[in-house]
Ligand binder design. Structure first.
Ligand code: KMH
Ligand code: ZN
Length: 272
C-alpha cells in the first residue's frame, strides 16, 4: 500500500494552555514538539505561531524564529505555515509569512461558520493568497471544510493559480462545517479530481476514527493539538507526538508505511 504522510498541527490558533497544558507555544517548545513528532513518524508540521503570552500571531519574525528552531531540532521535516491564522485576523497579516518562502502553506477555500465565529475567506483573498504562493514557490495545501470548497479548486487551476495534482486536507468536525461522519469523508473522496492527493484532519472526537478511515481508504492523516487535545475521552494527551505515534502504530498494522519527509516531498511534488 502507498505510504501515508503524517502531518501534525502542533499548536493551532484556538487551543489554549489552560485546556491543554502541554501545548507548545514558544519557538523552543515548538521545536521540541516537532522533533518528537518526527521521531514518532510525522513528516509535515502544520505551523501556527503564538506570542509569549499565548496570543495567536501572524508576525513573520515570529514565524522565522519558530521555523529556524524547528529546522535545527528536526532537520528535513516539512514546514507548512498557516495562512488561515486565527478567526478575525486580517488577510494582510495572514499573507505576510509567505514571504519567508516555506515549502508549504495552507490555503483555505471558503468562508464558513466556525464555532461561534465566522472564518472569512473572500474569493478575492483566496485568489490573492494563491497568487502569492505561486510567486514564492510555496505548495498550497487546500483546506476544505465543505464539499463545495473542494469543487472550487478547479476554478483556481483554470486561472493558473494552483496546479494539479491538488493536495487537499479535509478538515471535518468544525462546528459550522461538515461533521466527521464517515459518510462525509466517503463523499469528499468521491468528488476528487483524478490524481489528487488528500488527507483528513478530524476535529475533536472525530480525529481518531477519521484517521483510521483515511488509512484504510489510502489517504493521508493529520493529528495534533490544533484539532484535538485528547488521547481518550477526558484524558488530555501528553504530547503531540503521542497522537502521531498512535496513528503510526495503526498504520503499521494496516500495512501503510509511514512516509519519510523525503518520500512526502516526492509524493506531493515539492521541488527543492
Ligand atoms: N484557525 C482557523 C480559523 C489554517 O491553518 O489554514 C483556521 C485554520 C486553518 O487554522
Ligand atoms: Zn491551522
Amino acid at each position: 500500500m502507498d505510504p501515508v504522510i503524517l502531518t501534525c498541527a502542533i499548536t493551532g490558533a484556538e487551543t489554549t494552555k489552560e485546556k491543554q497544558p502541554n501545548l507548545p507555544i514558544t519557538p523552543a517548545e515548538q521545536a521540541k514538539a516537532a522533533r518528537e513528532c518526527m521521531d514518532a513518524g510525522c513528516s509535515v508540521i502544520h505551523l501556527h505561531v503564538r506570542e509569549d503570552d499565548g496570543k495567536p500571531s501572524q508576525r513573520p519574525e515570529r514565524f522565522k524564529e519558530a521555523i529556524d528552531a524547528i529546522r535545527k531540532a528536526a532537520p528535513g521535516i516539512i514546514i507548512q505555515i498557516s495562512t488561515g491564522g486565527a478567526v478575525g485576523e486580517s488577510i494582510e497579516n495572514r499573507a505576510r509569512p509567505l514571504a519567508l518562502k516555506p515549502e508549504m502553506a495552507s490555503l483555505n477555500l471558503g468562508t464558513m461558520n466556525f464555532g461561534e465565529d465566522v472564518f472569512m475567506n473572500h474569493p478575492k483573498d483566496i485568489v490573492g493568497l494563491a497568487a502569492k504562493m505561486k510567486e514564492y514557490g510555496v505548495l498550497p495545501e487546500l483546506e476544505v471544510y465543505e464539499a463545495g470548497m473542494l469543487e472550487s479548486a478547479g476554478k483556481l487551476a483554470k486561472q493558473g493559480l494552483i496546479r494539479e495534482p491538488f493536495h487537499f486536507q479535509f478538515v471535518l468536525g468544525v462546528p459550522g462545517g461538515m461533521s466527521g461522519d464517515p459518510r462525509n469523508l466517503m463523499h469528499m473522496v468521491s468528488l476528487l479530481p483524478p490524481g489528487a492527493h488528500w488527507g483528513v484532519a478530524g476535529v475533536g472526537r472525530f480525529q481518531l476514527p477519521l484517521a483510521v478511515q483515511a488509512l484504510v481508504m489510502g489517504g493521508h492523516v493529520r493529528v495534533g493539538f490544533e484539532d484535538n487535545i485528547f488521547y481518550h475521552k477526558g484524558q488530555v494527551a501528553k504530547s503531540n507526538a503521542e497522537l502521531v505515534a498512535r496513528i503510526k502504530r495503526i498504520a503499521d498494522e494496516v500495512g501503510r508505511p509511514v512516509a519519510t519527509p523525503e518520500q512526502a516531498r516526492k509524493i506531493l511534488g515539492i521541488l527543492n
